[in-house]
Structures are given as structure tokens and as C-alpha cells.
Design a protein around this ligand. Sequence first.
Ligand SMILES: Nc1ncnc2c1ncn2[C@@H]1O[C@H](COP(=O)(O)OP(=O)(O)OP(=O)(O)O)[C@@H](O)[C@H]1O
Ligand SMILES: [Mg+2]
Length: 145
Amino acid sequence: MLTDYSRIVVAYDHSELSKKALKMAINLAKQDKHIELLVLMVIQPARPIVYSYGYTFEAIQDSQREEVNAIRKEIEEELQQLANKARSVVVEGNPGVMIVEYVKQNDADLVVMGSRGLSGLKELFLGSVSHYVAQKAPCPVFIVK
Ligand SMILES: Nc1ncnc2c1ncn2[C@@H]1O[C@H](COP(=O)(O)OP(=O)(O)OP(=O)(O)O)[C@@H](O)[C@H]1O
Ligand SMILES: [Mg+2]
């Protein structure tokens, strides 16, 4: 059954639930070394409201990229412990759209993600990204809560 999910995309935004999702996907991958893991992080372009505080758009983008690179390095170290084929990927754009695009382009069999992410609005079960991906992905979506 696990080999039905031979290429798994983990949507990772560094939130607690995405950490949990990554852990679950790693545990899944450990069951079968033929499972390939792709950990995807989407950088969102900074919103105009942020740079009214005096930062330039480029400075914000650069610090965001630096932060993501540090996180990515940590994840890569974890992935290297696995016998599986595994890598992390960073792309820029709208998270939901980019995740679904990536899943299609890489012919993934399963998406693993959190129900909620970095935003604080907890009254809804799903965030906008998990809601979008669950609806639009061409494969099963495993939502961790
Ligand atoms: N930028 C991103 N890159 C990769 N995965 C993401 C990104 N944003 C969210 N995700 C994935 O989607 C899951 C749900 O996050 P989502 O953004 O939908 O909820 P939220 O942050 O609580 O709400 P919202 O962003 O709609 O205000 C996360 O746990 C993570 O797995
Ligand atoms: Mg979010």
C-alpha cells in the first residue's frame, strides 16, 4: 500500500503542524526506501503594507530568503539521514497555487501538510492553503492536525 505513494510532497512553512507533517512523511518514507520525499517551501512575495515601515522590498525579500535558506539547511541535514531519495525545494509565489503546480509537474502521489500554518486564526479547521490544496490537488492529501 505504501508503494502506491512512491513520491510524496511535504508542504512546509515551518509551522508546528508542518513540522509534524514532515515527521510523519519521514516515518512513512522509512518504511520503504523506494519512497521519494520532496519537501516544498513557498516564499510569498512581501505585502506592500510591510514596507511602509521603511524597509525596501528587496531587503525584506533578501531576509526572507536568508531565513528560508537556514531552515532549508536544517531540513536537508535531516533528509540526508534517510536511505530514500529526498530533497528540499524553494519556490516563490502563491503557496496554494505553487504547491498544486509542483505536485502536478512532479507527478507526486501524495501531499502531506498541516491543517493550519503560521497564521493565528484558529477557529477554522483548515487554513486557506490546506483548503486550496485539498480541493485542487490531483492526488490524495494527508492533512495532519
Ligand atoms: N508558504 C508555504 N509553503 C509550503 N507549505 C505551506 C505554506 N503555507 C502553508 N503551507 C502548508 O499548509 C498548511 C496549512 O497552512 P495554511 O497557510 O493553510 O494555514 P494558516 O497559516 O493557519 O492560515 P492562512 O495562511 O490561510 O491565514 C501548513 O501546515 C503547511 O503544511
Ligand atoms: Mg498560512
